[in-house]
Design a protein around this ligand. Structure first.
Ligand SMILES: NC(=O)c1ccc[n+]([C@@H]2O[C@H](COP(=O)([O-])OP(=O)(O)OC[C@H]3O[C@@H](n4cnc5c(N)ncnc54)[C@H](O)[C@@H]3O)[C@@H](O)[C@H]2O)c1
Ligand SMILES: O=C(O)C(=O)C[C@@H](O)[C@H](O)[C@H](O)COP(=O)(O)O
Ligand SMILES: [Zn+2]
Length: 361
């Protein structure tokens, strides 16, 4: 098993990465400092992994909340189910919440932990590739609003992250690919070598080769942990983790949550960001073709939805969290392996790019 530390002073925590960690009773209980424990999961994950985890928690006052499955349930209304369970069982401020699931469960449970009695400890047990490489690390928690993605939330760090790569074997292919989108992101924003490694090994990743999966989880967590350690609350460099997300979040909200998976929307959004970077003269045609080709090889979409028109996009992007004084700001690419900090883009340039995506300047 490999351990990595997210260095955040008194909020520092370990990420445990390995195979079979869900069968490690000592590890699963190492960071629980309370008698009361609430496991939050969903109706898909519960039959697969709930027992495997709760079997090691029999010495605690254990409660379980099983939420409905889907991005459309990442709402304030769903959080009420968690608060009702905590209050009806009279859980105290030292109780521990365990998030067992993908990014949706992690984001909701983390935000519930941040809010309940103004903050209780929580533990992330991510069960999708996307959650293992991205959402379980870094403390962004929250829920969606009908008018904007992740608009209600808090920065709230977990006590630890426990990753078991074995659980990736039960993920369906579409969900695996969605996770690969965020893995490609790390190569694009920070490491041309890692990007080239993904290009060379994409077949092994998609075939769920244990070594390939372990490698991308370790590399991705390493990149994310370093970025978060240097800028916990996104006042600067952390924003590069948002590559492709300004377009991607507009797609998710505009098309209705759950229509496109988050990773799929990020894949399209990253191709749009690459196209815009080319229009600004930062990337050349060959770079953009290379990026689009890798997403395609991963089985991800690269074309924006035809029914989301440019004006609609811009209205949705107008509430992006990176905006300042109403100016839309995006993360773009200087080259493969290096992202820009947020760049303000004139509405006319954005409209031109949205209307002519993939075509000559
Ligand atoms: N907090 C962050 O930093 C951050 C980063 C990236 C994404 N996110 C958020 O994460 C969410 C997307 O997360 P996701 O891609 O994990 O989606 P998800 O949580 O919806 O999980 C995807 C699907 O896989 C199922 N599933 C989970 N684990 C499984 C397993 N081991 N075997 C079989 N099925 C399994 C789930 O029930 C669900 O149907 C979005 O809401 C996105 O905004 C947050
Ligand atoms: O951790 C971060 O910082 C990220 O931006 C990671 C993203 O992959 C993730 O989708 C995040 O939830 C987006 O954050 P938001 O602030 O744009 O909602
Ligand atoms: Zn993301």
């Amino acid at each position: 098993m490999d351990t990595m530390q997210v260095q955040l002073g008194e909020r520092s925590y370990p990420i445990y990465m390995g195979a079979d960690n869900l069968n490690n009773a000592e590890l699963l209980t190492r960071h629980i400092k309370s008698k009361q424990v609430l496991v939050v999961t969903n109706e898909t994950i519960a039959p697969l992994y709930l027992m495997q985890v709760t079997t090691h928690l029999q010495n605690y006052q254990l409660e379980v909340v099983v939420l409905p499955d889907g991005e459309q349930y990442k709402t304030l209304a769903t959080m009420e189910t968690i608060f009702a369970a905590l209050l009806s069982k009279q859980f105290s401020r030292n109780a521990t919440i365990i998030a067992l699931g993908g990014g949706v469960i992690g984001d909701i449970s983390g935000f519930a932990a941040a809010c309940y009695q103004r903050g209780v400890p929580f533990i992330q047990i991510p069960t999708t590739l996307l959650a293992q490489v991205d959402s379980s690390v870094g403390g962004k928690t929250g829920v969606n609003h009908a008018l904007g993605k992740n608009m209600i939330g808090a920065f709230y760090q977990p006590q630890c992250v426990i990753i078991d790569v074995n659980v990736l074997q039960t993920l369906d292919d579409r969900q695996l690919a969605a996770g690969v989108a965020e893995v490609i992101k790390y190569g694009l924003i920070r490491s041309a070598d890692f990007f080239a490694w993904i290009e060379a090994n994409i077949e092994s990743i998609l075939a769920r080769d244990q070594n390939a999966l372990t490698y991308i989880v370790e590399q991705s967590c390493g990149h994310k942990a370093e970025i978060v350690a240097s800028d916990e609350r996104e006042s600067g460099i952390r924003a590069i983790l948002n590559l492709g997300h300004t377009f991607g979040h507009a797609i998710e909200t505009g098309m209705g949550y759950g229509h496109y998976l988050h990773g799929e929307a990020v894949a399209i959004g990253t191709c749009q960001a690459a196209d815009l970077s080319r229009r600004l003269g930062w990337l050349n045609d060959a770079d953009v073709n290379r990026i689009v080709a890798l997403f395609k090889k991963a089985g991800l979409p690269t074309e924006p939805p035809a029914d989301l028109l440019a004006e609609g996009y811009i209205n949705l992007m107008a509430v992006d969290k990176k905006n300042v004084d109403g100016d839309i700001r995006l993360i773009l690419l200087k080259k493969i392996g290096e992202a820009s900090l947020p760049v303000s883009v004139e509405k006319s340039v954005l409209l031109e790019a949205l209307n002519n995506y993939g075509r000559e300047n």
